[in-house]
Ligand binder design. Structure first.
Ligand SMILES: NC(=O)c1ccc[n+]([C@@H]2O[C@H](COP(=O)([O-])OP(=O)(O)OC[C@H]3O[C@@H](n4cnc5c(N)ncnc54)[C@H](OP(=O)(O)O)[C@@H]3O)[C@@H](O)[C@H]2O)c1
Length: 477
């Protein structure tokens, strides 16, 4: 039972005490309860108080009392996965309020192990009164998913691959207030999600898609770069580039190998001269990228210069569309050890795109390469880095973020997006379906998100550098 700010306890058994202690309960018409005498009144009040406390929490009106009356219920789909478990741990460590985290996945055995892992890693934070449990569910079975989501305050969906927005649709139908997914989809997932905007508004749901590290955190970095350029007096934004580096699987699950392979069969969703012009260049256009701002940046030592090749990250399309660039967008990723980059680029140039698009082929190749990736992962650190560059008029803004663990960075970013939205239930609540760049259009929201992301455990570096062409000319001279 949780203590209320008014010093009492709220729950069915203690409801009569809470009734006399909570101001808003006192304002209820007493006549209705006292009509048939005290005994009846007390038991009716007990039921009513506990129900109303929970209901009020979901409407975020009696925020201080109600928040303490019920735990915030978070359903974590993919909760037994690599990113899911790390997201659960981060939620438990960073939430200011007690949470009831329900890990959900298809395998009971994996679920039990995940529950133990989360409980042991969450450590001291469990003192806040959090609860962690596991529920077996396949999200493709809407009939089984709906009852699990019913009454939840938040759904965090990490159970990819993301092809159809079934979970979003069910969350909206069940009127779950906060929905966040870490979709890094190829295909039309995000377009389909956006068509649910009106339904989300009607259901009073704030839904955020593509909200991991990339896409997700990186989209927010791009909007901040664009804002810094425009504030410096630039008339227009020209180009935007997203580059990423992850050593091997970076602690994430094998499903990410499958997703990478499938992506080689898809067009890279880029802009050319301000227009959407997808290119069949995935796995090509190898280039070198500096994942640091300058030599004093810790990322210079930890990550340095790396090879990247093009891959169809959706932010190369959704961010330019949102910030209205007049030039080109590009997106690429690289891995370590460097030999993997050359093997992948060679394979992509040899095999037809149709074959990569074929799920059976891409899955077979993922399973074939998994032991080798696992073996090389034993010798490389989990390091991950992102570099986002936006240019406009004569300005250039570069953002670099580096983290000790790819898996944790994705998980922490998603969890922070969820905590941000949960916090907004008590303030700036704007229902609808969002991509991270839309949420970040608002300056205050963007500042709050960046503060959250840059303060996560394991962050090596997170910063911006704004330069003008004349400054760069001066430095060269
Ligand atoms: N935006 C980003 O920055 C970013 C970066 C990397 C990855 N991702 C996304 O993150 C996802 C998860 O990665 P991960 O490393 O955590 O992979 P993982 O370890 O394989 O975890 C995925 C989990 O999802 C569960 N799952 C899969 N299909 C399910 C279904 N139909 N119903 C219920 N549960 C299901 C699996 O559980 P069972 O097999 O036990 O059912 C598994 O535990 C990837 O698919 C990828 O799309 C996003």
């Amino acid at each position: 039972m949780d203590a209320l700010p008014c010093g009492q306890v709220c729950g069915v058994r203690a409801a009569s005490e809470a009734w006399s202690a909570c101001g808003w309960v006192r304002s209820l018409p007493r006549a209705g309860f006292s009509r048939n005498g005290n005994d009846w009144r007390t038991s009716a009040a007990a039921g009513l108080v506990s129900t109303l406390c929970v209901r009020r929490a979901s409407r975020a009106r009696c925020a201080r009392c109600a928040r303490h009356a019920a735990k915030t219920r978070v359903v974590l789909l993919g909760g037994a996965g690599r990113i899911g478990t790390a997201a659960a741990v981060h939620l438990l460590r960073r939430s200011p309020n007690p949470l009831e985290v329900v890990l959900a996945g298809r395998s009971e055995a994996k679920g039990q192990r995940a529950q133990e892992e989360v409980l042991s890693e969450a450590g001291m934070s469990l003192k806040l009164g959090h609860q962690v449990s596991f529920r077996q569910v396949d999200w493709r079975d809407e009939g089984a998913l709906a009852p699990l989501l019913r009454g939840a305050d938040c759904v965090l969906h990490t159970a990819g691959p993301f092809d159809e927005p079934v979970v979003l649709k069910t969350a909206i139908r069940e009127r779950v207030p906060v929905y966040v997914d870490v979709a890094d989809p190829i295909g039309r997932y995000l377009d389909k999600a956006e068509t649910m905007d009106a339904a989300a508004m009607e259901a009073n749901c704030m839904a955020l898609c593509g909200a991991g590290a990339f896409p997700g955190f990186s989209n927010v970095l791009a909007v901040e770069c664009a804002s810094r350029i425009l504030t410096s007096g630039a008339r227009e934004l020209r180009d935007v580039d997203f580059s990423y580096f992850t050593s091997g699987l970076g602690g994430s699950g094998a499903v990410n190998l499958l997703i990478t392979n499938l992506g080689f069969g898809e067009p890279v969703p880029v802009y050319r001269d301000g227009r959407y012009a997808p290119q069949m260049t995935a796995g090509g256009e190898m280039r070198q990228v500096d994942f640091f701002l300058d030599e004093a940046d810790p990322a210079f030592r930890e990550v340095g210069r790396r090879d990247v090749w093009s891959w169809p990250f959706p932010e190369a399309y959704t961010v330019p569309r949102s910030i209205h660039i007049q030039g080109d967008s590009s997106t690429g990723m690289g891995t370590a050890p460097g030999i993997w980059n050359h093997i992948l680029v060679a394979l992509v140039s040899l095999l037809p795109r149709d074959l990569w698009r074929n799920r059976s082929f891409s899955e077979a190749l993922a399973w074939f390469s998994l032991p080798m990736v696992w073996a090389t992962d034993q010798f490389v650190k989990e390091t991950h880095a992102m570099r986002v560059e936006v240019s406009g008029s004569e300005w250039r803004c570069v953002a670099v973020q580096a983290h000790r663990s790819f898996r944790r960075c994705v998980a922490q970013s998603a969890a922070e997006f969820a905590l941000h939205l949960l916090q907004r239930r008590e303030g700036d609540w704007r229902p609808g379906v969002y991509m991270p760049e839309l949420l970040a259009e608002d300056e205050a929201a963007r500042a709050e998100l960046l503060k959250r992301f840059s303060s996560t455990e394991g962050t090596i570096s997170c910063g911006f550098k704004l330069t003008s062409e004349s400054q760069e000319r001066l430095t060269k001279d």
